[in-house]
Design a binder for this molecule. Sequence first.
Ligand SMILES: [Zn+2]
Length: 114
Amino acid sequence: MHEASIAEGLLDAAIKSMPANFRRILRIKAVVGVLTNIQPESLRIYFDEIAKGTPADAAVLEVVHQPASLVCLGCGRRQDYGGRGDLTLTCACGGNNRLEGGDALYIDSMEVDT
Ligand SMILES: [Zn+2]
């Protein structure tokens, strides 16, 4: 049900940010961080369902994954973390890794039509 409320939030934000004089949303590009645990497939299914009868009816919801990074506080080494698998909290140099990013959830762009 996590995705259901996220889908509602996205739809709401998309409709509110529609420029005046436009009536339809054709495409929404959403950036979703890997640490949000959102499954793009179920997000799309919920979105399609609740968008019916709104300006975003039949809009394409494109989900772009934002990776997280592990950054070493000692040597500055940076690695992508894809959200799966073990987190390596200690760098090879012995320093501690800090997790950065990966928690994004926003609409990057939309295509609209009159
Ligand atoms: Zn290091």
